[in-house]
Design a binder for this molecule. Structure first.
Ligand SMILES: *Cc1c(COP(=O)(O)O)cnc(C)c1O
Length: 403
C-alpha cells in the first residue's frame, strides 16, 4: 500500500467531520485498499443529496399540499419560508438574522442587488464596476443593469479594483471565489477599498458560502447574493439568496417590486408600499417545493462550525495537490489555483490541453469533477462529505488517465 494511501487513512481517522458523511446519500467510501469506489468532486456545481431531504419533500407534497392544500400557506409556514430559510443561511455567511431572503435564481438576485445599489448610491455616481473574470451570468446581468440605470459598466479584475474606483463609482460586483481558478479574493480589503470611495460592495458568494467563512456583517458588506445548490446542497435549481445589510434595508429600492415584497400583500392595493426589512427582496410567489427541500438540506449544518469546515477544506486541497505532485509526471498539468491558503477557495483547478477528454475518462471511472472551457479540470472539495481517501483515489485515477 502506498505511503499516501496509508496517510489518507490516518487523516480520515483523525477527521472530526468524518461522521457528517452519514448525513448524505453517497456511494460507499473508498476502503483502505483503495478499491474502485466513486468519488464525488463536483459538489461545487451540484451538492450531494442530504439523506433527510427525500422524506421531507414527500411530506410537503403529500401532507402539506395534498391534504392541507391552501391552509399550508399559513399552517405549514409556506408564506414566511423565504425569510425563515434566510435566517438559517445567515450564520453560514456571518449575518445576523433579518437580512437574508431566499428566492429566485442567483442571476435574478444579482439584478435586484445591482439596480438597488445604483439607486442607493445616488445620482452623482455614473459608473458600475464588475469583476472581469466573473461567472458569465453576473457580467451579462451587470451590463443590462448598467444600461437600464444609465450607468457605464467597466469590467476590471479584482486586483485592479482599488485603482479603478473613483468618486464616480456607484457599486462594484465581485466574486468571493473565482469559479474557474478557485482563487479566493480578499473580501475585507476590497470591501474597505470600495467604501473608502463611497461606493457599495456587492458580493457573489456562490463558490464560498458553505465552504469557508464569509463574515458579511463583520466586514460591512452592503449586498450579497449566492446560490444554494452548490456547497449548501439545496438540490437542482434550489432558490438563491439575497443579503441586504440592515442599514440599507429602508432605502433598498427593488427593481422588481412584486406583491410579495409589499407591506400589505393581501391589501391588494393598486399602489406599492415596500415591506420593511429584508423581505423587500422578495418578488412573487416563492417556489415552495424547492424552498422546503433546501430547508431540509440545511439541517446537515446542525452543530457544524464553518471554521472547522474551512480547516478541513484546506487540508483536503493541500493533500490533493501533494498526491497530484507525487503521482503525476512534472509539467503534465498546471495548477491554476493559488498555493497560498489566504487565496484559495475549496477547489483545485488543473490546466492541461486535453482536459475535456481527461475529465470524460475520469467520470467514466467514477471520479466526478468537471471540465471548464477551454482547458481546465475542476475538482471541488466539499468537507461535509469528501474524505482523504477519496482525495488519494481521485489523484490516483487522474494519474492513470493522464498517463
Ligand atoms: C453558479 C453561479 C451562478 C449561477 O447563477 P444561477 O442564476 O443560479 O444559474 C451565478 N454566479 C456565480 C459566480 C456562480 O458561480
Amino acid at each position: 500500500m502506498s505511503e499516501l494511501l496509508l496517510r489518507a487513512g490516518k487523516l480520515d481517522a483523525a477527521d472530526e467531520l468524518a461522521h457528517l458523511r452519514e448525513r448524505f446519500v453517497l456511494d460507499p467510501a473508498p476502503g483502505q485498499d483503495g478499491d474502485e469506489a466513486g468519488v464525488y468532486l463536483d459538489g461545487n456545481s451540484l451538492g450531494a443529496l442530504p439523506a433527510n431531504v427525500a422524506d421531507r419533500v414527500a411530506d410537503v407534497v403529500r401532507r402539506q399540499w395534498g391534504e392541507l392544500r391552501i391552509r399550508s400557506w399559513e399552517e405549514s409556514g409556506w408564506w414566511t419560508a423565504p425569510e425563515r430559510i434566510g435566517d438559517r443561511i445567515a450564520p453560514l455567511v456571518g449575518a445576523a438574522p433579518g437580512q437574508i431572503v431566499v428566492g429566485d435564481s442567483t442571476s435574478v438576485n444579482v439584478f435586484k442587488a445591482l439596480v438597488a445599489a445604483v439607486r442607493m448610491a445616488g445620482d452623482g455616481r455614473d459608473e458600475l464596476l464588475v469583476d472581469a473574470t466573473t461567472f458569465p451570468t453576473d457580467g451579462y446581468i451587470a451590463e443590462s443593469a448598467a444600461r437600464l440605470t444609465g450607468r457605464t459598466l467597466r469590467a476590471v479584475t479584482p486586483a485592479e479594483v482599488p485603482d479603478a474606483l473613483s468618486d464616480r463609482t456607484a457599486a462594484v460586483l465581485l466574486n468571493h471565489v473565482d469559479y474557474r481558478t478557485g482563487r479566493l479574493h480578499d473580501l475585507p480589503a476590497l470591501t474597505a477599498a470600495v467604501h473608502a470611495r463611497g461606493a457599495l460592495a456587492v458580493w457573489d458568494l456562490c463558490h464560498s458560502a458553505g465552504a469557508l467563512p464569509v463574515d458579511l456583517d463583520e466586514h460591512g458588506v452592503d449586498l450579497a447574493v449566492g446560490c444554494t445548490y452548490k456547497y449548501l446542497n439545496g438540490g437542482p435549481g434550489s432558490p438563491a439568496y439575497l443579503y441586504v445589510r440592515e442599514e440599507w434595508q429602508d432605502r433598498f429600492d427593488s427593481p422588481l417590486p412584486g406583491w410579495n415584497s409589499h407591506a400589505e400583500p393581501f391589501g391588494m392595493s393598486p399602489s406599492y408600499t415596500p415591506a420593511p426589512g429584508a423581505l423587500r427582496g422578495r418578488v412573487g410567489t416563492p417556489d415552495i417545493l424547492s424552498l422546503l427541500a433546501l430547508e431540509a438540506a440545511l439541517d446537515v449544518w446542525d452543530g457544524v462550525s464553518v471554521a472547522a469546515v474551512r480547516a478541513k477544506s484546506l487540508a483536503l486541497t493541500d493533500f490533493f495537490l501533494e498526491c497530484v505532485a507525487a503521482y503525476t509526471e512534472p509539467g503534465r498539468v498546471e495548477c491554476v489555483t493559488p498555493e497560498r491558503h489566504e487565496e484559495r477557495g475549496s477547489q483545485i483547478a488543473l490546466r492541461c490541453p486535453d482536459a475535456g477528454e481527461v475529465m470524460k475518462r475520469l467520470i467514466a471511472r467514477g471520479v466526478v469533477g468537471d471540465f471548464r472551457h477551454p482547458d481546465v479540470l475542476r475538482f471541488g472539495f466539499t468537507p461535509l462529505y469528501v474524505g482523504f481517501r477519496d482525495v488519494e483515489r481521485a489523484a490516483r485515477v487522474l494519474r492513470d488517465e493522464l498517463a
